[in-house]
Design a protein around this ligand. Structure first.
Ligand SMILES: Nc1ncnc2c1ncn2[C@@H]1O[C@H](COP(=O)(O)OP(=O)(O)O)[C@@H](O)[C@H]1O
Ligand SMILES: [Mg+2]
Length: 338
């Protein structure tokens, strides 16, 4: 198994600087001590509620933001060191596709200018090579070549996201971080863009980190899934395993909240979610205040992300499914009974 991206102890706090009077401003703990391994060629899903730190994690992985602590290795090389030596080196390896496709494109640049920039800057292609590559890229994302000389506002959301994807491909990076790539699109268009992403992945041997708050989208596209809660990864495992047997009560809650055809939607938001204060994270498990299984230990000590061994099935057989929970769900059902 070769590893495309490996993050260790990745942490990002915002604020927390000194005040004029010698105290400290409160700090937002956006991502806390995240460990993540992305295997070459896989699609790793990252799922969690809005505000749990998904975009912050993604931005650090692609070098748009610097970790407060922790390391990122890209195909075995230290990403921070790589970025420090040559900011373009990182962009050749890993690219980012944004949630809001129209806003992520420069309104003053034609699609041609937008797509040519990485070809020139990162790949050093001459005019002729760029022309050929432009035609090829438009074809792979199923857009007409005549669109090249238009501006972003002339496109629908789905078309703009195809351009965003083409821009990520233009750098020839093999790892692409997709941050809620279909969340802003109409449902009918979502499927088209997901199909396109799947086709491109196989055609070009890409590795995806696919971020979404929507568990059903994640399930349809991911090999493995990492569940985030309040800045931390609380469960990770093979998608099939994780969906069949969620071990963390939060994963089970997310699944019960997901709409399924013919079933009434039990929304996670029905009960007001008591999210902890990001300025003042609790000492124990951040989910304890919402968790039906929580006891005193959960409120005092933070559970580590550890393999969950279930009866005769050991962790190796469950493809390393791990959960950060003192009382994981071991019966496989998403019941809340201990
Ligand atoms: N630049 C920033 N400055 C201050 N706080 C931020 C910044 N970016 C994100 N945050 C905070 O970090 C937390 C995680 O945000 P984000 O990574 O955008 O979550 P998600 O993508 O899962 O919705 C939130 O509490 C958010 O308000
Ligand atoms: Mg986000």
């Amino acid at each position: 198994m070769s590893v495309a991206v490996e993050a260790q102890g990745l942490t990002r706090t915002f604020g927390g600087g000194r005040t004029l009077f010698g105290g400290r401003h409160p700090a937002v703990h956006a991502v806390q001590s995240a460990d993540l391994t992305v295997r070459t060629g896989e699609t790793l899903g990252v799922v969690g509620e809005s505000g749990c730190g998904k975009s912050t994690l993604a931005r650090m992985l692609v070098g748009l933001d610097r970790p407060t602590k922790g390391t990122i290795r890209l195909e075995g090389r230290d990403a921070t060191e790589l970025a420090g030596r040559d900011p373009r080196a990182l962009a050749k390896h890993i690219q980012y596709v944004f949630q809001d496709p129209v806003a992520s494109l420069n309104p003053r640049k034609t699609i041609r200018q937008t797509l040519e920039a990485p070809m020139r800057r990162l790949r050093g292609l001459d005019a002729r090579a760029r022309e050929a590559r432009l035609a090829e890229l438009m074809q792979v994302v199923s857009l007409r070549e005549e669109f090249l000389d238009r501006y972003p506002h002339e496109f629908s959301g789905g078309q703009a996201q195809r351009i965003g994807i083409a821009r990520a491909l233009a750098a020839d990076a093999r790892v692409i971080v997709l941050d809620e790539p279909v969340s802003a699109l109409d449902v009918s268009v979502q499927a088209q863009v997901l199909n396109l992403l799947d086709r491109l992945k196989h055609e070009f041997g890409l590795t995806y980190i696919f971020i979404s708050h929507d568990l059903s989208v994640i399930e349809s596209v991911c090999d493995r899934v990492a569940v985030m809660y309040f800045g931390r990864i609380v469960e990770v495992g093979a998608a099939r395993e994780l969906y069949a047997h969620p071990r963390h009560p939060y994963t089970a809650l997310l699944m019960r909240s997901a709409p399924t055809p013919g079933k009434r939607r039990i929304d996670a938001e029905e009960k007001p979610a008591e999210l902890p204060d990001p300025l003042n994270p609790p000492p124990g498990c951040a989910f304890a205040s919402r968790c039906p299984r929580a006891d005193a230990k959960c409120r005092e000590a933070r559970p580590p992300l550890e393999p969950v061994a279930v009866g005769a099935i050991d962790a190796a057989e469950t493809d390393g499914q791990r959960a950060a929970c003192w009382h994981p769900l071991l019966d496989g059902a998403s019941s809340d009974n201990k």
